[in-house]
Design a protein around this ligand. Structure first.
Ligand SMILES: [Zn+2]
Length: 263
């Protein structure tokens, strides 16, 4: 029997390798470059990175965070993305075992991590990521050979994107300016295809809660937050969606039980 700990270990290692690739995606998509060619090189001196310098996290530690040629420092973002992807893939298998659900979780995380970090850097969500994510989600639901899963993915995408479009319209009227980018609408469609419409709306809610929390923490630390400071909504929306992927159903269950008890 294949012990559970080995599956989790394999998922973590797989996540570290995927995370290393996601770093390339995060840097190159905003530059309009190919994510496959050329192979990785130092952004300062263009020296190609050799295989032993490209081992997730380990190479960063061995190189002490510096390029082996020009000694310029490498961003801590690289090992962070690798480590996060490894942990989240491992947690998916811990929670869902080897199943269609953990495949769905891993693919969703694989799209949300680059979307989150690119939005953080650029305030942009690229269509190539949201559209290919929507297609991947629909294909995965089709693979399940379960008609209700496929229908729920389609409804999730339409209702997820549709309700954000309505919220955006209301926000535009309320704030008399663009309240949310169209990229956030497509991201809601992507999250909806994977999580269904209920968890997408919950992700939207918790994304907003996260922004309020960050704003409050910054206000306490700095005392005077800049009123014009912008928050990349897609970044917080993506992390809230990863939270809902893991704990959303549990949360809804607790809430429904609570309603049942109090009525
Ligand atoms: Zn260099």
């Amino acid at each position: 029997m294949w012990p559970e700990s080995i599956s989790i270990f394999v998922a973590v290692v797989f996540g570290l390798i995927v995370g290393s690739f996601l770093n390339v995606v995060i840097v190159r998509i905003p530059q309009g470059k190919s994510i496959i060619f050329p192979s990785s090189h130092c952004p300062y001196c263009e020296t190609p990175i050799r295989w032993w310098q490209n081992i997730p996290i380990l190479s960063f530690i061995l190189l002490r965070g510096r390029c082996s040629e020009c000694r310029k420092s490498i961003s801590w973002r690289y090992p962070l993305v690798e480590g996060l992807t490894g942990l989240l893939f491992g947690y998916s298998v811990l929670l869902f075992g080897i199943s269609l659900n953990s495949a769905i979780a891993i693919v969703l995380i694989g799209f949300l991590i680059p979307i989150a970090f690119i939005d953080y850097d650029e305030f942009l969500i690229f269509d190539v990521l949201s559209y290919s994510g929507i297609v991947a989600g629909l294909l995965l639901s089709a693979v399940s050979m379960n008609f209700s899963i496929l229908i729920s993915a389609i409804i999730g995408g339409i209702v997820g994107a549709g309700s954000l479009l309505v919220i955006r319209g209301l926000g535009n009227i309320l704030f008399r300016k663009e309240s949310m980018g169209l990229g956030d609408i497509k991201l809601a469609g992507l999250i909806g295809v994977f999580l269904g419409w209920q968890l997408t709306l919950l992700s939207f809610f918790f994304g907003a809660v996260l922004i309020v929390l960050v704003y409050a923490i910054k206000a306490v630390i700095r005392f005077h937050p800049r009123p014009d400071e912008r928050y990349p909504f897609g970044f917080y929306f993506s992390w809230a969606a990863i939270g809902m992927l893991f704990w959303g159903n549990k949360l809804m269950e607790i809430y429904l039980n609570f309603l049942h008890l109090s009525s």
